[in-house]
Design a protein around this ligand. Structure first.
Ligand code: ZN
Ligand code: FE
Length: 254
């Protein structure tokens, strides 16, 4: 079983170091910057073998080339982003299983935020790395993909086991809950969750991982099929796609 460590970096990004506790082999997902990664690798006496990127944005690939030079590691990413991920060595396609230390990592395309966005799903570890597709109580902005793209990416994530732990690319959780509450004003669970997470953030503790179950219950972007919620928000006339579009547009202006 691999160990997963959350490494906050830049202003509000998360990188993740995943390592084998016995032989100290490790990989890093989305190294937005170099220093916090080197610090963690040194402190824990790890060998950094791979970088995995979820998408090509600079806050996720910023550390690629410097880390590659320092550790002579290999960089893994989507075939779709072959030309946009600096230093990429290993390209993966939708549905590929890539092995790391006897753990299977499933790759699926999740377009919407960008066209070449992928997720990494570690079955044995029960962990999903969603990058900027799904956030805790939110979802990524649409920079390149269509609303249809993002909606089907979110549906794909929803189809995973509900006890999956979700590790996303940014600490946006409090603001995301604020947005959910601006629409679903009397949601007591959201209010309670806000207060719990506020305490964590004040202590400099990341709000993640969350679980898919928690997100399906109260992340408004995963509730495009929730008829009761639509009624409550007076959007009962909107189908799944138009409801999602409406909510995403409201969030863009929030
Ligand atoms: Zn991004
Ligand atoms: Fe990002």
């Amino acid at each position: 079983m691999l160990k997963i460590e959350i490494i906050p970096c830049l202003k509000d990004n998360f990188s993740f170091v995943i390592y084998n506790k016995i032989n100290r082999n490790s990989l890093v997902i989305d190294p937005g910057e170099v220093e916090p990664i080197i610090y963690f690798i040194k402190k824990n006496n790890l060998k950094l073998n791979y970088i995995l990127n979820t998408h090509h944005h600079s806050d996720h690939i910023g550390g690629n080339l410097e880390l590659k030079k320092k550790y002579s590691l290999k960089i893994v990413g989507s075939k779709m982003d072959q030309k946009r991920i600096p230093g990429i060595d290993i390209v993966l396609n939708d549905g590929d299983i890539w092995n790391f230390e006897n753990s299977e990592i499933e790759v699926r395309e999740t377009p919407g935020h960008t066209i070449g966005h992928i997720y990494y799903y570690l079955k044995k570890e029960n962990a999903l790395f969603t990058g900027d597709t799904l956030f805790s109580f939110g979802c990524g902005r649409l920079f390149e993909g269509t609303y249809e793209n993002m909606l089907s990416s979110l549906k794909l994530i929803k189809s995973l086991p509900h006890n999956t732990n979700i590790y996303c690319g940014h600490e946006y959780t409090l603001n995301n809950i604020k947005f959910c509450l601006s629409l679903d004003k009397e949601n007591q669970i959201l209010k309670k969750t806000y207060n719990e997470i506020k305490k964590k953030i004040d202590l400099n503790i990341p709000s993640i991982p969350t679980t898919l179950k928690e997100q399906i219950s109260n992340n408004i972007f995963l509730n495009f099929d929730n008829i009761e919620l639509k009624k409550k928000l007076k959007f009962e006339n909107l189908d799944e796609l138009n409801f999602f579009k409406k909510i995403r547009e409201l969030k863009d202006q929030f």
